[in-house]
Design a protein around this ligand. Structure first.
Ligand code: BG6
Length: 479
């Protein structure tokens, strides 16, 4: 664990990720006394700014509704400093090194955590310059990087190989921020800490598993980035696949990072690559009332873009537990609401005494309004034997009303400071996940005649209800 003598260096300190996630999370950790004692936080980016201007900018990233929080922000700013420089020049990094040494002030032990809040085009040169010019002489080095980790299996391997000679696997922390979300972290406990879930968690009882991600906004302002990646690379190959993996993996021998990740890799290796026939893609158009723009109305998006902003797909895991059970992944931008949830739909109750009774479902709402509930048949109170669907409901807001759910980035940065890799993506895990998606992605990229189906911005969607019989839900593509 990094206690004292640590400097956190945020590269790309004036970019979007730093602004929206990295700095608010570092401040959150500071407020709750989770940062190492005497920590320094050094921002690095190309923009030239003096110290005052920089602090003003950092302050603008962070909300402080109370007086106490304002004071804590002042304390936080006392730990912050800034260096501007290029991403591809030795002298810029030598300059950063001088600054770091000054802060270290002759200390013997010098730990450095490099947070790469950078566009992928500069990942490699920056990581090489850091190794060459700013690697700690006598202390722990860690490098935190974030997707996109390539665009397919070959480009992801290229990136790994470029990092490889400079950074050891245990120094690298690959963030998938879904792994820092409270409900995602809860999955292992729910599954392996409850006998009744454990016993039914297999193909004998589960009919299908649905993992759905919906956002009520489009790619406004990010069209340039998004168009190169599309929804499948943006959230499915990483965030949704991570959720699937945690749902499907076997019980790890322990909670250690390697034991958990060994099981995750094993389940990914048991998955067949996705088949185009099991995939539907869509792209949003103007909203029905004309008030919201279509995807291609964005000036940074090519007019003939075939980039999917919605996708729905069925994946299968060929092992004893899951063979034949469809895992249905759906993700879309510019839909009617914000919601990420998991729905595990059980099989029909054996017929006989009941006719057409709804199926049980276990729903895990990742966001917003975290909750876990089971849809369960019960007798409607009264004099008849009528059944009714009821919920066994654990809503976090009610049950844990006095606890704050931490931000994913707070949880992950703290793990990286502690050196705990459990919630970070291992190299072989990344490889295995790209293997599943790459043939499909290449097929969609190369076949120009495949055009995503249009859907209006804000399209509402209905869930597969517990009454539904078959698992396939690819006919109406947002249902
Ligand atoms: C990011 C994607 O990784 O995750 C974004 O690039 C997406 O497109 C975001 O909006 C969703 O994260 P969250 O935490 O808001 O669900």
């Amino acid at each position: 664990e990094l206690k004292d003598n640590t400097i956190i260096i945020v590269l790309g300190a004036s970019g979007d990720l730093a602004k929206k996630k990295t700095f608010p999370a570092l401040y959150g950790l500071h407020r709750n006394n989770y940062l190492p004692r005497d920590v320094h936080i050094v921002g690095y980016a190309r923009t030239k700014m003096d110290h005052e201007e920089y602090l003003k900018r950092v302050k603008s990233y962070i909300k402080t509704p109370t007086k106490e929080m304002e004071e804590q922000l002042e304390e936080f700013c006392n730990k912050c400093s800034y260096i501007s420089g290029q991403y591809d020049q030795d002298d810029s990094f030598q300059n950063l090194e001088k600054h770091l040494q000054k802060l270290e002030n002759g200390r013997k032990e010098t730990n450095r955590v490099f947070y790469m809040a950078l566009p992928p085009s500069v990942f490699i040169p920056v990581s090489q310059h850091l190794k060459k010019n700013c690697y700690p002489r006598n202390g722990i080095a860690r490098i935190i990087i974030e997707k996109p980790f390539g665009k397919d299996l070959p480009s992801s391997r290229e990136l790994q190989q470029a990092l490889g000679p400079d950074w050891k696997e245990d120094e690298i922390f690959r963030i998938d921020h879904y792994l820092g979300k409270e409900m995602v972290k809860n999955l292992l406990i729910l599954r392996f800490g409850n006998e009744f879930f454990g016993a039914t968690w297999n193909r004998n009882h589960v009919d299908n598993v649905q993992i759905t991600f919906k956002e009520p906004f489009g790619t406004e302002g990010r069209g340039g980035y998004f168009d190169e990646f599309g929804i499948i690379r943006d959230v499915m190959q990483n965030h949704l696949l991570q959720v699937l993996t945690l749902l499907a993996m076997e019980r790890p021998i322990s909670f250690s990072a390697e034991d958990i990740r060994d099981e995750k890799v094993r389940v990914l290796r048991g998955m067949a690559s996705l088949e185009p026939k099991n995939v539907i893609i869509g792209q949003y158009e103007k909203s029905l009332d004309g008030s919201k723009p279509g995807y291609k109305d964005d000036d940074t998006v090519p007019k003939d873009s075939r980039c999917p902003t919605f996708a729905s797909m069925v994946a299968y895991i060929k092992n004893e537990r899951w063979d034949g059970v469809p895992f249905i992944l759906k993700a879309g931008k510019a839909l009617n609401e914000q919601k990420t949830e998991i729905r595990i739909q059980y099989k029909d109750v054996t017929s006989g005494i009941f006719k057409d009774i709804p199926r049980n479902e276990l729903v895990i709402r990742i966001q917003p309004n975290e909750s876990v509930y089971i849809k369960m048949n019960s007798k409607l109170p009264g004099l008849s034997m009528q059944t009714v669907v009821t919920e066994l409901d654990l809503t976090y807001r009610r049950r844990f009303s006095d606890l704050k759910i931490p931000e994913a980035y707070e949880s992950l940065i703290l793990d990286a400071l502690k050196g705990d890799h459990s919630n970070f993506v291992r190299d072989d895990e990344l490889d295995a996940s790209w293997r599943i998606f790459t043939p499909l992605l290449h097929y969609l990229d190369e076949n120009k005649e495949i055009i995503p189906m249009g859907y209006p911005y804000g399209k509402s969607s209905t869930h597969t209800t517990s009454r539904s019989r078959g698992p396939a839900v690819l006919d109406d593509f947002t249902s």
